[in-house]
Design a protein around this ligand. Structure first.
Ligand code: UDP
Length: 336
């Protein structure tokens, strides 16, 4: 299939690009490089051994996207192009409403106008808010605690209204847990701008010596070691999950919502220790107050993903840390 990847130069998009090529699809990247580097394109070409199809521009540019879908005869879209920093969304909600909600609306209009109605959407476990229990199944109640999470929830609702209005829409909503790790080549990986918000890139920067110490946000949670527990999933497994979702949409023709996680919870200290082992470096930590909006534990039920997509995560925490370290140590300044 010929597939448009909005935000395809970003962290998850670039890994999914390679997984799609391996599965025999033809991905076309659409990116405005507002939160990614054009240098990733050369790396993707190097790994895949194929020229990279990329169109530079904004997903909200309706006539341009419409023309692009037609020009490339796009059959399905995977929509990664969105902002995802929780703290920034609290400080600048309009930026998030504009990019995430308006961007999604314009993309859907372009798809509708060109009769291209197959979509894979990047949602997030953030839509579960503070879950009453774990593991989390897809029918848990949804809520939000910040504008970023709110945009994911609103888009899920937009997509279900769209499907009701026209059954030709085939939509896979993928609720990601905590994507980490990097391609085993060490050539592509996560390259956060400024101070990383997320745990794994922060730990990697401490291990490589760019930052002196990790602040562990809270050690009094009701978890085995008191630190927050999350479901970390290797980005390579996540990429494979997108291929499986696309193939399921094409084969079964029915929309669905599914968790993409491992079903396994690890604490902040588990991650630190696994990273120390993978990197053979010390990661100094200090305990700090809880971060606002954080929950004690969050991990997925993976039963639906297995039953529906025939997909399950294969890579463990050691592989996540080893691959993350290979990327970080080989590219201490990311793509710059
Ligand atoms: N965390 C931490 N220090 C950091 C960043 C994160 O202790 O510098 C903790 C955070 O409190 C949470 C876990 O690591 O328990 C995962 O945080 P992350 O931001 O990566 O993901 P999310 O909170 O969105 O699940």
């Amino acid at each position: 299939m010929k597939i448009l990847l909005t935000g395809g130069a970003g962290y998850i998009g670039s890994h999914t690009y390679l997984a799609l090529i391996e599965a025999g699809h033809i991905p076309v990247i659409l990116d405005d490089f507002s939160n990614s580097s054009p240098k990733v394109l050369e790396r993707l070409g190097r790994i895949s051994g194929q020229p990279v199809l990329c169109e530079q521009g904004n997903v909200a540019d309706l006539p341009w996207v419409q023309a692009l879908i037609q020009r490339h005869a796009i059959e399905a879209v995977i929509h990664f192009a969105a902002f995802k920093a929780v703290g920034e969304s609290v400080a600048q909600p309009l930026k998030y409403f504009d990019n995430n909600l308006v961007g999604m609306t314009r993309l859907l209009q372009a798809m509708d106008a060109t009769d291209c109605r197959t979509l894979v959407f990047s949602s997030s476990a953030t839509v579960y808010g503070d879950p009453a229990s774990v593991p989390i199944t897809e029918d848990f109640p949804r809520s939000h605690t910040n504008p970023y999470g709110h945009t994911k929830l609103v888009i899920e609702d937009m997509l279900s209204a769209l499907q009701k209005s026209n059954p030709a829409w085939k939509v896979a909503v993928l609720r990601y847990f905590n994507p980490v790790g990097a391609h085993p080549s060490g050539l592509i990986g996560e390259d956060p701008l400024g101070i990383p918000n997320n745990l794994m890139p922060f730990v990697a920067q401490v291990a490589v010596g760019k930052r002196p110490v990790l602040n562990v946000f809270g050690n009094d949670y009701a978890t085995p070691d008191g630190t927050g527990v999350r479901d970390y999933i290797h980005v390579q497994d996540l990429a494979a999950g997108h291929v499986a979702a696309l193939q399921t949409l094409a084969a079964k023709g029915e929309s669905f919502t599914v968790n993409l996680g491992t079903g396994q919870g690890y604490s902040v200290l588990d991650v630190v220790h696994a990273f120390e082992k993978a990197s053979a470096r010390k990661v100094p930590v200090q305990f700090a107050p809880r971060r606002e909006g954080d929950v004690a534990q969050c991990y997925a039920s993976t039963a639906r993903a297995l039953a529906l997509l025939g997909w399950q995560a294969k890579l463990d925490l050691d592989a996540m840390c080893t691959d993350s370290w290979r990327w970080q140590s080989g590219n201490p300044d990311g793509y710059s």
